[in-house]
Design a protein around this ligand. Structure first.
Ligand code: MN
Length: 417
């Protein structure tokens, strides 16, 4: 059995707080990503597409999305590709629009916690494997739904589990928020050849044998969802030797960019030039797929003679606008909480107060005469294979610390030139 595993599509995400043009672009990107997923499923001739929840962002379903989604499902159906869709916390059975839609017969929607097993039939009409899934009936599922999922025994056919869940690492007895929790140990021991998971928007391989995967969101939706987004193509032709391959589908990629070289910039053009240079360096390291469009979250940081102006939201908007034009980005969202006046540590070293004492201490660490009474064993992050000495490790930790401390402890106005 071969299939495409996707999750967290979040169709009809409102993308509130963004301009009309950017919103339209982002909405279209979600549909394009789904279109690409379907095209890949067809090209690859998979037997099934598995959707691990949060296909919809909420109860609202636009007519455009309805029309588009059903057309895509008909495309798959026409090609003999089955779809199994198990609901998540954003699109639970209760109040869901999915139940109203005229899905093709090849689509199975599972929107309650009662587990169901779907026999996947290939083009020859013979069963090639089973998908066992449970869905979320409500937006606040607190049960471990994974416990009810059991593979079909004794068939020799590939067995796949499909679920929207928050997996806890082994040993953790309580998951943060206790939302539809499950345990990785339990998943691995359940006897499935692959776990197709949804809920966590970052793509993750939790286990290689057996494979337990979060496909991640299909298209990034905010600055936290950076990098290439897509689905996982899985071949269980030999269930003992699964082939698992990530495929990128997102037309728009979100990336974060920190610009902390504003010490000399005195004009809009110079600020934008610094940001554009940082962007170029970042893209040289990671250019992204051809034709990728970008949403850029810029963090202006560090010392700048323009710090007061940079912190003004209206000025930031102009910077973002200008930078978007220069980078050819879909949108730029700029923040500047971390810009501060240029500071001269020397002027504060002789102070006879806590600040002065702290600055002296940092200086002593940087010169290697002070190790703060710490031993290697006290520092969780100290790795003797990477660090030459305890002193060099501490120096790396407190590098730039004097400036940071000054900015934190003094009113910015006190530091101004
Ligand atoms: Mn989600």
């Amino acid at each position: 059995m071969r299939f495409l595993h996707i999750a967290d599509v979040h169709l009809d995400t409102p993308f509130a707080g963004r301009s009309q043009a950017v919103r339209a672009h982002l909405r279209r990107a979600s549909l394009t990503a789904l279109d690409r997923a379907v095209a890949t499923a067809v090209e690859e001739g998979v037997d099934a597409v598995l959707i691990a929840g949060d296909l919809f962002d909420g109860a609202y379903l636009s007519f455009e999305t309805e029309r588009f989604l059903l057309a895509q499902m008909e495309l798959l159906s026409g090609d003999g590709i089955q779809v199994v869709y198990a609901t998540g916390n954003h699109d639970p059975g209760e109040g869901s629009r999915a139940g109203d839609l005229a899905w093709p017969d090849s689509v199975t929607v599972i929107e309650t916690g009662s587990p169901r097993t779907v026999a996947v039939t290939g083009r020859t009409g013979k069963t090639v494997g089973h998908v066992t899934a449970a869905g979320h009936a409500t937006a606040r599922e607190t049960q471990d739904l994974s416990r009810q999922l059991e593979p079909v025994r004794g068939t020799g056919l590939p067995q796949v589990a499909l679920l929207h869940t928050q997996v806890a690492w082994s040993g953790a007895d309580r998951v943060h928020g206790a939302y539809a929790p499950s345990s990785l140990d339990r998943l691995r021991a359940a006897g499935f050849h692959y776990w197709a998971l949804g809920h966590v928007h970052a793509r993750q391989e939790l286990s290689g044998d057996p494979p337990v995967h979060y496909s991640g969101s299909l298209q990034g939706r905010n600055p936290a969802e950076t990098g290439a987004k897509g689905g996982v193509l899985v071949d269980l032709g030999d269930p003992a030797a699964p082939l698992v391959e990530f495929r990128e589908f997102s037309p728009i990629r979100w990336e974060k960019l920190t610009v902390d070289t504003l010490g000399e910039a005195r004009t809009l053009a110079e600020v934008v030039a610094e940001a554009a240079a940082a962007w170029e360096t970042a893209r040289e390291a990671e250019p992204g797929a051809e034709g990728t469009e970008w949403m850029v979250a810029v963090e202006l940081a560090g010392p700048s003679p323009l710090w007061r102006q940079l912190r003004d939201p209206r000025e930031l908007e102009t910077i973002a606008d200008e930078l978007a034009g220069q980078l050819g980005a879909v949108g730029v969202e700029a923040r500047s909480a971390k810009v501060h006046p240029r500071v001269r540590v020397e002027e504060h070293l002789e102070r006879r107060d806590v600040l002065g004492a702290t600055l002296q201490l940092v200086r002593a660490v940087m010169s290697g005469t002070e190790t703060l009474g710490l031993a290697e064993a006290d520092l969780a992050g100290f790795d003797s294979r990477r660090e030459a000495t305890l002193s060099s490790y501490l120096q790396r930790l407190v590098e730039g610390g004097s400036e940071e401390i000054l900015v934190q402890m003094l009113d910015p106005e006190e530091l101004s030139e």
